[in-house]
Design a protein around this ligand. Structure first.
Ligand SMILES: *Cc1c(COP(=O)(O)O)cnc(C)c1O
Length: 375
């Protein structure tokens, strides 16, 4: 059996006709940049997310960068983020000459540990960028409380959690990415709502902030050839928007199939000792961008991975090197220790999860994990 980490081909085959027609329509119209499909997709995504402003852009990294640029921060201003995340989150902060300030993550939920945020706040702190890692929300109620107390902006990195829902203590609900000043997402092919290339978007509650972000993504211009601020060039192309507009209709279904697969893994793995299955944070749904195990230290992760690989099973480590240990980010490492992240970097293992995964494949994967552990 050869299993795939993400099966984009079978997912495409199920909606091939719709996708092919959408692509052909864009080719026929020749409206490759800023074609009508971009605003149609933007409208539909906005409706899906409860009516928030959507600014499309070229990828999820740009989305975070443009959101930060819209906040008018000054070089040296500090931005708080989890140290256990994809590099993009820290990269754009550093690129804008802001200072990334790392915070460790919660050992069960893998999102920023809210109890450790306030001790990192200084007079230079301007924003918090929580990451809804692996597909579930960070503790947004607490993050919003801390942010308003200290007058900070909140940018939610929602690249892995589009469609996840957060429930506030009063029972009200909101989609991941629609709670802070900005939400950002990526439409990278393997993300939960993925296109056939690069793509991204910002979700913005405030209308003026949305206009500003739109302007920044469009060379700092509101009127063509009149550049009021320094911006960049970051567009979602029409072909990708057309594909996303088709796939958005299936997003709920896609989330459900991932959730079903996760429940099956949970059940199959529940009595396997040394293997901890993902914990669900009570205030959030989990859309399982990743299904990430934590292995006991006694298990040799490398050996398990190569055993699985030899048996046709891919697995991934997100992320093997914490940000404060990355060579390019040395200057932000003040010798601090992040015990949870450091441990996770050595013990996490993500199993294949996607919308087309079937029971037989999951049973086989777990059978092979058990076989390895018995050796
Ligand atoms: C994928 C991802 C990004 C970046 O998205 P791109 O579209 O690849 O630029 C940012 N943050 C997180 C947490 C991601 O998973």
């Amino acid at each position: 059996m050869q299993i795939q980490m993400v099966d984009l081909k079978s997912q495409y085959n199920k909606i091939k006709e719709e996708i092919d027609t959408a692509i052909q329509d864009v080719i026929d119209s020749s409206a490759f940049i800023n074609g009508p499909k971009v605003s149609e997709f933007v409208d539909h995504l906005s409706r899906y997310l409860g009516g928030i402003n959507i600014i499309p852009c070229a990828n999820g990294t740009d989305a975070i960068q443009i959101a930060l640029m819209a906040l008018d921060l000054k070089p040296g201003d500090e931005v708080i983020l989890p140290v256990h995340t994809y590099v993009a989150t820290a990269e754009v902060i550093a690129l804008l000459q802001l200072k990334p300030v790392f915070v460790d993550v919660h050992p069960d939920y893998f999102t920023i540990d809210v109890d450790l945020i306030e001790e990192k706040i200084t007079s230079k702190t301007k924003a918090i960028v929580p990451v809804h890692l692996y597909g579930q929300c960070a503790d947004m109620d607490e993050i919003v409380r801390i942010a308003s107390k200290h007058n900070l902006f909140v940018i939610e990195d929602t690249a892995q959690a589009i469609g996840a829902k957060y429930t506030f203590p009063d029972g009200s609900k909101a989609f991941a990415g629609t709670i802070g000043h900005f939400g950002t997402t990526s439409f990278f092919p393997s993300k939960n709502l993925g296109c056939f290339g690069d793509g991204g978007a910002m979700f913005v509650r405030d209308d003026n902030m949305a206009k500003k972000a739109h302007m920044i993504a469009n060379h700092g211009q509101r009127i063509k050839y009149h550049h009021d601020i320094i911006g960049c060039n970051s567009r979602l192309d029409t072909m990708q928007a057309a594909i996303l507009d088709v796939k958005l209709k299936y997003l709920d279904e896609y989330c459900e199939s991932r959730q079903k697969a996760a429940i099956i893994y949970d059940e199959l793995l529940k009595d396997v000792s040394g293997v901890k299955t993902p914990c669900i944070f009570s205030q959030s749904t989990h859309v399982y961008h990743q299904y990430t195990l934590t292995l006991d230290k006694s298990i040799d992760r490398n050996e398990l991975q190569s055993f699985l690989k030899d048996n046709g099973i891919p697995s991934m480590v997100y992320y093997p090197v914490p940000l404060h240990w990355q060579v390019g980010y040395k200057s932000f490492n003040k010798g601090e220790v992040f015990p949870v992240t450091e441990k996770l970097s050595k013990t996490v293992l993500s199993l294949p999860i996607h919308t087309e995964l079937i029971l037989e494949e999951q049973e086989y994967i777990v059978k092979m994990i058990k076989k390895f552990l018995k050796k």
